[in-house]
Write a protein that binds this ligand. Sequence first.
Ligand code: SAH
Length: 391
Amino acid sequence: MTAPKRNLIGLDLNALTEELTALGLEKFRAKQIWSWVYCYGARDFSAMSSLAKPVRETLAAHFSLDRPQVSLHQRSTDGTQKWLLKMADGHEVESVHIPEEDRGALCVSSQVGCLMTCRFCHTGTQRLVRNLDASEIVAQVMLARDALKDWPKPGQDKPAGRPCRKEESAPVRALTNIVMMGMGEPLYNYENVARALRIVMNGDGLAIGKRRITLSTCGVAPMIRRCGEELGVNLAISLHAVTDELRDQIVPLNRKYPIKELLQACRDYPGVSNARRITFEYVMLKGINDSMADAKQLVRLLRGIPAKINLIPFNPWPGAPFDCSDGAVIEKFGDFLNDAGYASPIRTPRGRDIMAACGQLKSASLKLSVAERAQVERLLAEKEAAQGLGA
Ligand code: SAH
């Protein structure tokens, strides 16, 4: 039996160099291959025309450039696309592409399922099955760029992630931004997310810079500083409630890291300034968190933090125990925040018709035995202890 080929996607430049030298290939090849893989999206070693044929053959004999399999692809009437992706072990996650006129964001998943159980979130009704590894996170970006036919052509286009303003006469890329807002809690899978984002940010490859990446967390306070120091990406906080009493109920992680601790971590977020504000996400739940008293308390809480507020109309899913606030209520809430000096756009739901909007993602690969579940929780506890996250 031949050994399975190692997938190159997800290796950083050091690891790639090591793999190549182990095969007797020269070190400098790593940069060439890197550029073929991440800048131009080559899927086949035979297309790497700057490499001699024997080198290409050696590579093909040992490595693959496999993408996840697409189990289902859907396109919304508003142009949003969703891919249900099957990983090598059969587990599935979703990624969503949200096009806008001069840019496009890919909403990337970090875990199969989620441990967080936020009450209004469809993914939260799904169990955590496992973390995605760096390769599976990067592969979501690769696959989207394949599907969108968004790879630059060697020698013709500007590198992939460069600013895409039309006046620069550069091609407008379909995928310019990344939001870590898919399935899972990225700060509970920090190592893999960080490894993946470093690859995505590398200027010689996918080149999607840190200012074009937003990581959203429901509030893993002790990991927030590290994320800022090491990655420097934009931060979004799923706040959703202004009292611990309510937040304990709808975002249960609040019992571990209450609002005060979370907001202190935001105040301390490296690089935060009026030019680089933290986004606070606030899902509008009818009769639950949408009163004017809530709006006032929100302004009080955020005082002193360079912030903008994203009001998200609740996106329904089958059996959800909430309704979306009325449009007029959301407007009034937003006006109050605006008057208090906060940019507070109301997020237009995208891809609702294909269940691709915020909080609607849920894959079918949910079956987890009690023993597996216990194992996952043990692993997470060990990880937390190792990262000093103990309660
Ligand atoms: N675990 C991370 C990443 C998920 S991001 C986090 O919690 O931030 C997805 C965003 O959509 C979060 O702000 C989440 O709270 C919000 N969301 C979840 N379910 C929703 C729903 N049904 N309607 C609107 N927004 C929802």
